[in-house]
Design a binder for this molecule. Structure first.
Ligand SMILES: [Zn+2]
Length: 109
């Protein structure tokens, strides 16, 4: 449910950016570990955008899969099910990759 205020924020930012013109497209980046669910953002967007300059905007969401960094060889890799280990036997540590949540670009009409 906390996607609701986040979507309000996105629409506010886009409105500021468009300076009263219609927003054509909003490109968002959402990491799988950021705490926001992409499908909820998609669900709220048209509801909140209604009546604003974003009501005709297309929302594109780029999903980022989390990556771990090996503590031995330094390789970045996607976590496998039930395992944090790298193929070299090292241990994968969490990185910032997958925690993204930001507006990449806004296209104005
Ligand atoms: Zn490794």
């Amino acid at each position: 449910m906390h996607e609701y205020p986040a979507v309000v924020e996105i629409i506010n930012k886009a409105s500021e950016h468009s300076k009263g013109k219609f927003v054509k497209e909003i490109n968002l980046v959402i990491g799988d570990l950021c705490g926001f669910v992409a499908s909820s953002v998609e669900l709220y967007f048209p509801i909140i955008a209604e009546g604003t300059c974003c009501e005709k905007a297309v929302l594109n969401i780029e999903r980022i899969k989390p990556k771990l960094k090996c503590n031995k060889c330094g390789e970045l890799f996607q976590r496998k099910m039930f395992s944090f280990n790298c193929k070299c036997g090292g241990e994968g540590l969490l990185t910032e990759i997958g925690t993204e949540f930001f507006i990449k670009s806004i296209e104005v009409d």
